[in-house]
Design a protein around this ligand. Sequence first.
Ligand code: INI
Length: 161
Amino acid sequence: MEKNTEILNIEGQFSGEGKKFAIVVSRFNEVLCERLLKGAVQGFLRHQVLPENLTIIRCPGAFELPLAAKKAAETKRFDAVVCLGAVVRGDTPHFDFVAGECASGIRQVALETGLPVIFGVLTTNTEEQAWQRAGVGGGNKGYDAALTAIEMANLIQKIGS
Ligand code: INI
């Protein structure tokens, strides 16, 4: 759509200069999650975030991500929090509880704290699908989550001022 100069357009930019981020990553499906973490760190570093402005917090599983993210958000030390995890469907309904609670918990933390809390959690039917989304070259959900965090941190700042 063409931009009308009389309409105020507010958008977040993709530079993380001067901003601080927490990455909360679950240890369940650890190898996958470490790939997501690598992608996220790469995403931040490639967009002007300094290593000293990144904090990595580890928790047991995706179910625990919302509480760890909430504690991180409440410190007010971060401009956004990224949550990383991998929930792969098994033979029982466990997947639905873990994935569902994780997603709604993360949404709740964002709304309660007013801070961008990003859902970088894989929820897939198979491990193969998860690997496709935790790639080293293209397609890394952790990398995407970092960019979303940067955009949202800038957007929230702009809306607020
Ligand atoms: N946690 C995950 O992060 N991914 C999963 O696929 C998973 N499955 O399949 O069970 C999982 N379970 C653990 C859960 O997140 C909690 O750590 C556990 O239930 C203790 O609260």
